[in-house]
Design a protein around this ligand. Sequence first.
Ligand code: NI
Length: 190
Amino acid sequence: MAVRPITQIGAPVLRQRARELTHAELASPEIQALIDDLIDTMHDARGAGLAAPQVGASVRIAVIEVPADPPHPYRPAIPLTVLVNPVLTPVDDERFAHAEGCLSVPVLRGLVPRAARVRVQAWDRHGAAIDEIVVGLTAATYQHEIDHLDGVLFVDRADPRTLATMAEFERHQLPEVIAAARAVVARLGG
Ligand code: NI
């Protein structure tokens, strides 16, 4: 297990469509080690999620975890989740504006329209089927990570007029973003 360098915006691997894995590939020591390293790297960077292209591997794996006592306590906890070959389907047309940053896009924050409820179909790290519906901030986190597998970064989807440096975001936008996030959690339940 190891922390790997995180690829940064401009690296071609972040703009490629990552490929699906077979069950046999998923069971291989190389891919299992990649999953362990994704988890270690996410923890080291204190991220809410990390996708394989962010450590230079163009395969369809993402890891997600929001601890119960994260830096942003308004965010609902998400248990450690490994998604392999995930497919997301919005459950309805509702969208909300979600404040995002990315370990591959230093400094910037921005508001991204995200589906309020999505169905997630994937495998876990052992190849067992996952089929669940996630909502609210959790659904937005899933959408951000799975976008990485299609070569999409949050800045592609953000309203450009909402882009802010981390310092200016914390200075000017944070209180209203926290209030909006709490409202989303209260309304959508996640
Ligand atoms: Ni990201």
